[in-house]
Ligand binder design. Structure first.
Ligand SMILES: [Zn+2]
Length: 471
């Protein structure tokens, strides 16, 4: 009898273990109530509104500051502002931004930081951009970040950014955002005439120097079009051709975010890498309903797509300086630089960025058992071979996810098939405890990236829980 009982148990356990725990995971859509689904769609409507306005780090910073101010956040200027419950913003040169909710415990005992980047792959305008070609005025460009160049042909592009003049003025440029404004187009060759191009390889369908948009086609009396274009720019923005040297002008898709699928479960928009995580990091810190034990910080960085360089990128010492300012404000005369190092050492950091999801048309590009699927929750990235969280911090984050019943999965690339980097390593270098987290998207680094609304909702739940995490 005893033996039989033992054998039958063994049999049952073998049947159960035939299916891995990962195979038994269901779509997150099946785990939410009708009420939660409504909340989820509202959150994603707000994401779409933000993405429609925030199309580079400059416009994102502006949107984030407007949202923060509307929720009572104040610019951090004085040490006396750093008191438990204080809500502060810090603008780093209009390209990076941090939002802080001061915790009841001091920074040296720990903090909860969610770091993202709000720049996205795009095409930048060169310093001497204007030229005439075959009866058109054109702009010389240089692409920014890892793009598939052919994506950028034949789509409406807007020109946005800033021009700084010698007399200290900053002129904001935006052409093509309003439907009444013109857009720019990079013209592809017609299939009727492209036989000499048809043997080009996948990565060379367009060459980098071919990514130039048409910017005008009405000539001056002398037959020159660029002088006409420059005259229009001078009239509209008061700038000269030499002012284009001290400018940051970007070409970005002029498309608006839209729902995808008959069930509207997905969102398509330009720049979800990584303004999606940026929005959620901001939305969740603005919505904190309780006073956090540890200081919560949302930190949106620039230049990730080109290596997190410059004084507004994640490699900048801006963040450690901010930790220094907050720590000094709390400790007053007892402060030494060592205390900043302690604050950094005790910080817990989510490096949040989207990742590639399994694509239904190209499933073999993923190693399915370790790849992330849209609609299956927050992804813990185990990329290996570069920055990676240690196992104990990964275990701690698993507990936060499970304690808050947030569906989660993992994401690793197929070996020798590709890969991706994050800003996590730069904060790890500062002796902070960091983990890479994201949600999967489709068409990553394209002009119209696709995310799952339920994943965005779960990411928001997770970020909120992380900010409020006690010991
Ligand atoms: Zn990214």
């Amino acid at each position: 009898m005893k033996i039989f009982f033992f054998l039958s148990l063994l049999f049952v356990s073998q049947v159960v273990s035939a299916q891995s725990v990962w195979q038994s995971k269901t779509s997150s859509w099946l785990t939410i109530s009708p009420e939660q689904r409504k909340e989820c769609f509202t959150l994603n409507d707000n994401l779409k509104k933000y993405l429609d306005k925030a199309r580079n780090e400059l416009t994102s910073t502006k949107e984030v500051l407007a949202l923060a101010k509307s929720k009572g956040f104040k610019e951090f200027t004085e040490p006396s502002q750093v008191k438990p419950g204080a809500k502060l913003w810090i603008n780093n040169r209009d390209r990076a931004v941090a939002l802080v909710v001061v915790g009841s415990n001091q920074m040296i005992t720990g903090s909860r930081l969610i770091a993202t980047h709000h720049d996205s792959p795009r095409i930048d305008i060169k310093a001497r951009p204007l030229y005439d070609a075959s009866g058109y005025g054109m702009l010389q460009t240089i692409f920014y970040g890892g793009i598939k160049k052919y994506h950028w042909a034949n789509i409406p592009l807007m020109l946005i950014g800033r021009v700084d003049t010698k007399d200290g003025k900053t002129i904001e440029v935006s052409i093509g955002d309003d439907p009444d404004e013109p857009v720019l187009i990079i013209p592809d060759a017609a299939p009727h005439a492209d036989a000499p191009l048809r043997t080009r390889v996948y990565t060379g369908v367009f060459e980098g120097e071919e990514l130039d948009p048409i910017v005008g086609s009405i000539p001056s009396a002398k037959g020159n079009i660029t002088s006409q274009v420059m005259a229009t720019l001078t009239e509209q923005f008061g700038i000269t051709e030499e002012d284009l040297v001290s400018a940051e002008l970007n070409l970005v898709p002029a498309t608006s975010p839209r729902d995808v699928g008959l069930d509207k479960a997905l969102t398509a928009a330009y720049g979800q890498d990584d303004r999606l995580c940026s929005f959620v990091a901001v939305n969740s810190i603005l919505g904190l309903s309780a006073q956090p034990t540890f200081t919560s910080i949302a930190y949106l960085t620039d230049n990730e797509e080109t290596g997190s360089i410059n004084n507004t990128g994640a490699q900048s010492s801006f963040l450690s300086s901010l930790y220094g300012r907050l720590t000094e404000a709390e400790l007053g005369t007892k402060y030494t630089d060592n205390e900043t190092r302690k604050a950094l050492h005790n910080a817990q950091v989510i490096s949040a960025d989207v990742n590639d999801g399994i694509n239904p048309l190209f499933p073999n590009l993923s190693e399915a058992s370790n790849a992330a699927r849209l609609g299956f929750g927050v992804a813990i990235k185990r990329y290996g071979r570069s920055f990676d969280a240690n196992s104990e911090f990964t275990a701690r984050i698993r507990k936060v996810l499970d304690d808050n019943t947030i569906p989660w999965q993992t994401a690793s690339y197929k070996v020798e098939s590709g890969g991706g980097g994050t800003i996590g390593g730069f904060m790890s270098k500062e002796d902070m405890e960091v983990i890479d987290i994201g949600i999967p998207i489709l068409s990553m680094h394209s002009t119209y990236e696709v995310s799952s609304k339920v994943d965005v909702w779960n990411l928001n739940k997770f970020f909120t829980a992380f900010y409020l995490l006690g010991k």
